[in-house]
Ligand binder design. Structure first.
Ligand SMILES: Nc1ncnc2c1ncn2[C@@H]1O[C@H](COP(=O)(O)OP(=O)(O)OP(=O)(O)O)[C@@H](O)[C@H]1O
Length: 272
């Protein structure tokens, strides 16, 4: 069951420190929103505020029109799946146990997992193609394998809105493509109802590849919101990142990519 996520005039930050304000957007069920913006721009802080891990400093977060302000942690866990930025964490569990933890909100922390919880965990492991890692120790797998397992955990949770913070950051090229395909499929639904997906990345190509909408967070403001083609332009990349790029359409389906202008020449000149 997916949901519309709406953010209204949201202000967010830590203690006295305001990171962003006046942020508003809406994502429909079955859509993918890509959050772009420079390092330290506030993407993770915005995500934590959406999820209720940080209290909003102003404004509202709504799921299907309902203000989430008074929601219990369990209610939030049933609505939102979260894949945080990859970190090892100190969990002495197997990958299967970690994925099964995604089911906690469905059964309560102190009751044993039911057959349906085990089935959801197995299905998520298979869907991400990591069934072979199920018995491996969480502390002894690679960063990329851990990232895939965190996505499986969020899937096992069966959320309505899935929030992924730089989900491809530590992945090799093949796994990046597989994760992006998977994220798009989750939004499309494939037989079932599609999820509402929000993800952040530093790679504009990923927005062109799978996003319906792009939100650009810059200087604590929502600087742009629109389709990838509307938001990701040479002028925007110059203004926000201070880089000259050419936005070109490539391949049979004309997907756009950002090519840095004169990068090879500049690097050669530096090396000399
Ligand atoms: N726990 C914290 N307490 C206080 N300030 C913080 C905390 N975590 C991050 N910040 C600050 O908040 C601002 C936004 O950080 P945030 O992690 O949200 O940015 P980001 O866009 O996710 O960055 P990146 O792309 O580098 O991951 C930064 O200036 C950062 O230094």
């Amino acid at each position: 069951m997916s949901a519309r996520l709406s953010v209204e005039d949201l202000a967010f930050g830590y203690g006295e420190r305001v990171v962003g304000a006046g942020v508003g957007f809406s994502v429909a069920a079955g859509e993918v929103l890509c959050l772009l913006g420079p390092n330290g721009g506030g993407k993770t802080t915005l995500f934590k505020t959406l999820l209720g891990l940080l209290p909003p400093r102003g404004g509202r977060v709504r799921v299907d029109g309902e203000d989430t302000a008074g929601w219990s942690p369990r209610r939030r866990a049933l609505a939102f799946g979260y894949v945080p930025q990859a970190g090892a964490g100190q969990f002495p569990f197997t990958v299967r146990e970690m994925v099964l933890m995604g089911r906690t909100a469905h059964r309560g922390a102190f009751s044993a997992p039911a057959a349906s919880d085990h089935a959801a965990a197995e299905a998520a492991l298979e869907r991400l193609g990591i069934g072979h890692l199920a018995e491996r120790d969480w502390l002894r797998i690679s960063g990329g394998e851990r990232q895939m397992a965190l996505i499986a955990r969020a899937l096992a949770q069966a959320p309505r809105v899935l929030v992924l913070d730089e989900p491809t950051a530590s992945l090799d090229f093949g796994n990046q493509v597989r994760v992006l395909e998977q994220v798009r499929r989750l939004a499309d639904g494939e037989g079932g109802e599609g999820l509402t997906v929000v993800f952040s990345t530093h790679h504009p190509e990923q927005a062109f590849a799978i996003a319906d909408r792009v939100a650009l967070l810059h200087g604590g403001r929502l600087a742009r919101f629109g389709t990838p083609e509307e938001v990701i332009t040479a002028a925007m990349m110059r203004e926000v990142y201070g880089t000259e790029v050419e936005v070109v359409a490539v391949g049979a389906d004309g997907m756009r990519v950002c090519l840095p202008v004169g990068l090879k020449r500049a690097v050669r000149a530096q090396v000399r």
